[in-house]
Design a protein around this ligand. Structure first.
Ligand code: T1G
Ligand code: NAD
Length: 692
């Protein structure tokens, strides 16, 4: 075995040369890998005894793409294209041996080989679109030549992975290897040589792309199909253009077009934000003061208290990964109601084909309803999701402290209450933690893991790992009112309501945030959640527009009217003259002289308070790092990922500019706008939240 570079070895097995890549953790195409491939291939091609070359990777996966951490830095040779051209244009058959995930540039490397073999569990994909990019090393020109333009469009614009069944059916792989992959690949290479099989170059396969030539409707229809989901993103459209080029242009011109579009995306703010976000999500899993090897509590059974809006959704997360759940309620009717909602949700998912009817039954069988708290005694973790009432939650924690076995984790799904105060009523505050799911809990990926003053490292480490196990993105936060997400949301809400008193209408504010990239603005969001959350008829005093709307029975979407009126058939919302009149009356009643308010001011006054609150959250150590705040907002509150998150966005604007604007607002609107100490300090130093 010869070390070509630190990351690539060359080994011989008879007349087959093995290029072995070893660049943990995911064999990304770092400079050392590219150089090793180019030089290793040259050695193999010059060796007369070598008749074929197999590409294989050590560790948990085949190449998972280009090294994302190299983007934005000066390119270091050789380029990926040199390696790719060498694999395809070489004189000897090249075979890619795939396990784990062949993604992005890794998949392109494989498609440049003449043959591909894989283990059954291997997966394939072009996730570049999730980084605001496109497969920039020939992937958009080779893929449609094998799977056809239609499927290629889906693969490159979704970024989702697929398995060996489809790969074998479409010729993306030539064989599934049972047993040892390297042995199987070498045997396959020997077959290719002994049967003198051709050097199959995907670039020379044209039938599927030619069949689509002169059919622009394929692309027009596809653009229509993804329009809603890809709103605001640059990359999906650029990927579509590449597949169009593959259909309409000769291979090399298609490659040139792909390169041109790739470079544009690579230089874009959107891709910079999405690449930042890729690492932000991975950083969030690292807790500096909780070592990676902290022992974890084994979680084999889950208990949930309360089968309401949240309890039911939370239960589904665990049943989805095969964990048995015991769920309690305060009476049979509430329990039956809660379990019926869970079944309805599963049946809706089965109807869409994402799970089978058999899965529905299997998951429902994992969820057991009970009215007896005693049935929670052996659960490894118990999650409370009852009404947002401190006294009730304390009463329940005293009960479960009595009932649950030693070592069980006692968690609360409170949206804002003091987790330390709840923990203090138990004899084991070290076992108490907040697990703040977001509605709908079986869909929303964010989980705010709330560490109390006494929460143990084991409980924190276990909760973070459990989040990953149920497919959630967890961010560890400290105890304060509203934790990170709701606390920052509050400031936005305050200003949004001031803006409609001063001159804007609810739909003006919502339009600005919708154009910015949020799925909806604050007023449409309130209508969706229900205007009556926290509202009581008995104590309502018509002191806010929201109160008056509730008094008039306008509770939001669920009543067909709120800040908007909703079309009963389509549920489409539209501005309502009744609300317009009410807003004008309120301004007058409050003695506010209305004025024209521009979109920029609306955006600044809605988002700068969030940034300022984020700075306070960092000052107080409620969040470990600014990128965790971005993870909370992208995953829990619809902040557009192509803007990175509120803290990344603030850095992209410049904290000095934000502070200057806030000083102006403070003059006009008061100390609500006083910049946080950290924000002013960073601005004065010309730094950002992400500055080292
Ligand atoms: N580059 C650099 N680092 C990477 C990386 C990559 N491509 N992929 C993963 N890592 C790091 C990650 O930061 C983490 O580091 C560790 O590996 C484990 O990752 C020319 C332009 C492969 C499915 O987008 O989807 O090719 O935090 O925690 O959950 O056309 O990683 O431990 O220090 O995610 O098991 C396209 C990205 C690149 C794939 C494994 N490829 N990676 O998931 O582990 S662009 C991607 C993933 C490209 C070409 C273009 C996942 C994974 P640390 P992890 P995991
Ligand atoms: P909900 O009113 O829909 O459900 C609460 C359930 O708890 C009800 O079914 C009720 O019967 C049950 N319950 C009350 N007392 C009980 C007891 N002693 N034993 C067993 N069950 C009991 O409320 P929700 O929206 O699901 O909220 C639950 C918790 O989750 C609250 O703390 C809330 O703040 C939090 N939360 C809510 C959301 C949201 O968007 N709804 C999001 C995140 C967190």
């Amino acid at each position: 075995m010869t070390a070509i570079t630190e990351m690539v070895d060359l080994e011989r097995r008879g007349n087959v040369a093995l290029l072995v890549i070893d660049n943990p953790p995911v064999n990304a195409l770092s400079q050392g890998v590219r150089q090793g491939l180019v030089e290793g291939l040259a050695v193999a091609n010059e060796d007369p005894e070598v008749e074929a070359v197999v590409l294989v990777c050590r560790g948990r996966t085949f190449i998972a793409g280009a090294d994302i951490s190299e983007f934005g830095k000066p390119p270091s040779p050789p380029s990926l294209f040199e390696a790719i051209d060498g694999l395809e244009a070489g004189p000897k058959p090249t075979i890619a041996a795939i396990h784990g995930t062949a993604l992005g540039g890794g998949f392109e490397i494989a498609l440049a080989c003449h043959y591909r073999v894989a283990v059954k569990s291997a997966r394939f994909g072009f996730p570049e679109v999730k980084l605001g990019l496109l497969p920039g090393a020939g992937g958009t020109q080779r893929l449609p030549r094998l799977v056809g333009p239609q499927r290629a469009l889906e693969i490159v614009t979704s970024g989702n992975m697929f398995g060996t069944d489809e790969a074998l059916d479409t010729g993306l792989i030539d064989k599934i290897v049972d047993g040892d992959l390297t042995d199987g690949a070498v045997a396959f290479a020997v077959e290719v040589v002994s049967e003198n099989r051709p050097l199959v170059k995907i670039r020379d396969i044209h039938d599927k792309v030619e069949a689509a030539r002169g059919k622009p409707e394929i692309f027009a229809e596809f653009r229509r199909k993804i329009a809603r989901k890809s709103r605001g993103f640059m990359a999906p459209e650029y990927n579509v253009r590449c597949i169009e080029a593959a259909v309409n242009l000769p291979f090399d011109e298609g490659i040139a077009k792909e390169q041109e579009l790739f470079r544009e995306l690579l230089a874009s703010d959107q891709s910079a934000a999405q690449r930042y976000y890729f690492f932000a999500e991975r950083q969030a899993a690292k807790i500096p003061d909780v070592p990676r090897d902290t022992p974890q509590i084994q979680i084999e059974s889950v208990g949930i208290i309360g089968a309401g809006t949240m309890g039911g959704g939370i239960a589904m997360n665990f049943a989805n990964v095969g964990l048995p759940v015991t769920i309690t309620e305060m009476d049979q009717a509430a329990l039956d109601r809660g379990l019926a909602v869970v079944r309805k949700n599963y049946e809706r998912t089965a109807k869409s084909g994402r799970i089978s009817p058999d899965d529905v039954e299997k998951r429902m069988d994992l969820i057991t309803g009970t009215l007896d708290y005693g049935d929670l005694a052996d659960c490894d973790i118990v999650i409370e999701a009852v009404f947002e009432n401190m006294e009730l939650k304390k009463k329940i924690f005293v009960q479960i402290d009595e009932i649950c076995k030693d070592g069980a984790i006692l968690a609360t799904n409170t949206s804002a209450l003091d987790v330390n105060e709840i923990a203090a009523v138990t004899r084991r505050p070290e076992s108490v933690i907040g697990l703040h799911f977001f509605s709908p809990a079986n869909i929303m990926r964010l989980l705010e893991v709330v560490r109390g003053e006494k929460t143990s490292d084991e409980v924190i480490a276990t909760s973070m790992a459990l989040a990953k196990r149920i497919g959630k993105i967890a961010a560890l936060v400290g105890v304060c009112r509203g934790f990170v997400g709701n606390r920052m949301l509050y400031g936005r809400g305050v200003e949004a309501n001031k803006l409609i008193l001063e001159g804007a209408m609810p739909w003006d504010v919502d339009d600005v945030l919708y154009e910015f990239g949020f799925p909806m603005g604050p007023f449409a969001m309130s209508d969706l959640a229900g205007l009556d959350i926290g509202w009581q008829k008995e104590t309502s005093t018509s002191s806010t527009i929201r109160e008056v709307l509730c008094e008039q029975g306008r509770r939001g979407q669920k009543t067909g009217k709120g800040f908007y009126v909703y079309n009963p058939e389509t549920r489409a919302k539209s501005p309502d003259p009744v609300v317009e009149k009410l807003v004008l009356e309120f301004s007058e009643k409050e003695g506010v002289e209305r004025r024209e308010i521009g979109e920029e001011e609306i955006l600044e006054r809605c988002l700068y308070p969030m940034v300022n609150e984020g700075a306070k959250i960092l000052e107080e150590g409620i969040a470990i790092r600014s990128s965790d705040i971005d993870v909370v907002w992208v995953n829990g509150y619809g902040w557009p990922v192509y803007r990175g998150g509120p803290m990344f966005w603030a850095d992209s604007i410049g904290l000095d500019k934000i502070v200057a604007r806030m000083d102006e607002f403070q003059q006009k609107h008061g100390d609500f706008w006083k910049p946080a100490t950290l924000l002013r300090k960073l601005a004065d130093e010309g730094k950002g939240f992400a500055s080292p």
